[in-house]
Design a protein around this ligand. Structure first.
Ligand SMILES: *Cc1c(COP(=O)(O)O)cnc(C)c1O
Length: 515
């Protein structure tokens, strides 16, 4: 079968036919086999990239009979870290490590060492963990102008919980809306209306909690299309959401208008400030043209803010904020009749990492408002420099009007090949689709002297290389190219599922007998 011709043909069919056609096609004799062979070839390359240490450090598919000496374990782990440190430390990554100064890391490690055993589930043993949990929420709410919101809007009493990350914060907010709407409005088949650019965590919430997710288009500026959202709302809508900013293009949705629409419709509104919660308030102070995104807007009822991104703490914490405790109640979980005792837990997890909360608390107290303001200034200035530099490179254009997360594409070269050419130069950027683009999320790593200049030089170089050299095999370009061209999303999904299987594939090692 000529795959290219087939794809070309199916690509021209109306979208609603793709699903049934794909289903029918898969039943044809030999098709599944052919697809399996294609997947296998595609994933073979990836497997090598995922397990680069198998020759250097033996795989463990079983525990050793006797425990290994600490020095040997540390030696193996150090070998791997030494190979992985350089790229993020020297600013070759998009996002990923948001602070990364050696003294900052050493401080976090000291705090963690002091608290590694703690768990706020045992409030009697560790009231310190309870204190950190509550005060991280309070400091985050305060940074997002909770005081002013409470003055402006009687009935507002901002509260929240520390969660394990942005995804859990969003899951918690969506679960709360579901249970609120079920109890207060009798809605049995809830839906949320969100722009196509909103994070997949909302789809995850939809899958986990049985909430339909209605995705609406964005305008030419990549921000939410208000009319489309308005039209999508129906009697089963429980909440709308917008991003400040969006992950793909780093633009801030029209949160004031969107939350006003939600308010008027009597539904919830979630500001996803996972990425921007620790930048936007400071950008506002610095005079950047950012809209209000927080509870000062009467329609905003929940906000997610990631301490583990631009809050500069260790991975594993985020904050879910609520306009008032009545809404947060729907997040809580409690059981009264378990033989194990009375059980109450505010978020999804049972035991929670008190050590990570201690680190987040300590980082916020160490940096202070001045520290965050200064960090935001440096990131926003570097973002501007990188954005202007990209716009000056022939063949590239910047998507929308971003501040510090800058997406760019090309009308002249294959941008995914540029992504690969950058990867060959050490860079790890994110690939985007619909439209094809890539992005860089500027962090404090990129504010180090010389880093923006090096990025722009490497990028200009990469574009020229792609212009003059024929495509080579391997890299991400063929995968993104294929993913974008395959109208059958089931096939793309198959690849993603197989990729996740691959993540857990450990070669059989045999048991080690040391002593
Ligand atoms: C990172 C991010 C999330 C999800 O956060 P995780 O910490 O990865 O779970 C949600 N929304 C936006 C805009 C993000 O950037």
């Amino acid at each position: 079968m000529d795959t290219d011709r087939l794809l070309n043909f199916t690509g021209k069919l109306p979208k609603r036919l793709h699903g049934p056609l794909e289903k029918a096609m898969r039943k044809l004799p030999g098709v599944q086999k052919m697809m399996d062979a294609e997947y296998k070839a595609l994933l073979a390359d990836m497997e090598k990239d995922l397990r680069p240490y198998d020759d250097m450090i033996p795989p463990f598919s079983q525990m050793p009979d006797q425990g290994l000496p600490i020095e040997e374990i540390m030696g193996m782990m150090r070998q791997m870290q030494e190979k992985e440190d350089k790229r993020w430390r020297d600013g070759y990554a998009s996002g990923a490590v948001y602070h990364g100064d050696p003294e900052h890391i050493a401080f976090m490690n000291r705090v963690y060492a002091l608290h590694s055993q703690t768990n706020p589930l045992h409030a009697d043993l560790w009231p310190s963990a309870v204190k950190y949990d509550a005060e991280i929420v309070a400091m985050t709410a305060d940074m997002l102008h909770a005081d002013e919101a409470e003055r402006l809007h009687p009935g507002t009493k901002v509260c929240g919980s520390v969660t394990s990350g942005g995804t859990e914060s969003i899951l918690m907010a969506m679960k709360s809306y579901r249970d609120w709407a079920r109890r207060r409005k009798g809605i049995k088949n809830p839906n949320i209306v969100i722009p196509i650019t909103a994070h997949p965590a909302f789809d995850k919430a939809g899958e986990y909690f049985d909430i339909q997710v209605i995705r609406t288009p964005v305008g030419p500026d990549y921000r939410a299309d208000m009319r489309a959202m308005q039209k999508a709302i129906n009697k089963n809508t429980i909440a709308l959401a917008g991003s400040a900013p969006t992950f793909p293009h780093g633009v801030i949705d029209p949160i004031p208008e969107m939350s006003a629409l939600a308010h008027e419709q009597g539904v919830g509104f979630h500001t996803d400030a996972c990425l921007g919660g620790f930048i936007v308030p400071w950008a506002e102070k610095l005079g950047y043209p950012v809209p209000v995104i927080d509870f000062r807007l009467p329609g905003v009822t929940t906000i997610s803010v990631d301490t583990h991104k631009y809050g500069y703490t260790a991975k594993g914490t985020s904050v879910a904020l609520y306009r008032h405790p009545g809404l947060r109640r729907y997040q809580y979980f409690s059981v009264t009749d378990w033989p194990g005792g009375l059980y109450a837990s505010p978020t999804m997890t049972g035991s929670r990492p008190g050590g990570l909360m201690a680190v987040a608390w300590a980082v916020m107290v160490k940096l202070g408002r001045e520290g965050y303001l200064d960090a935001a200034r440096r990131i926003l200035e570097t973002g501007e420099q990188i954005r202007e530099g990209i716009a000056r490179i022939p063949g590239l254009y910047v998507l929308g009007d971003p501040l510090w997360i800058i997406a760019f594409g090309s009308n002249e070269v294959d941008i995914y090949r540029v992504l690969d050419a950058l990867a060959h130069r050490g860079w790890s950027l994110s690939g985007l689709q619909f439209p094809a683009a890539i992005h860089i999320a500027v962090t404090l790593r990129h504010t180090q002297p010389g880093v923006p200049e090096r990025f722009l030089a490497d990028l200009a170089d990469a574009v020229e290389e792609v212009r003059v050299q024929p495509p080579s095999s391997g890299g991400m370009a063929p995968i993104y190219g294929m993913a974008a061209s395959i109208p059958f999303r089931g096939m793309v999904n198959d690849i993603l599922q197989r990729y996740m299987d691959l993540l857990y594939k450990v070669p059989k090692s045999g048991r080690r007998r040391l002593r």
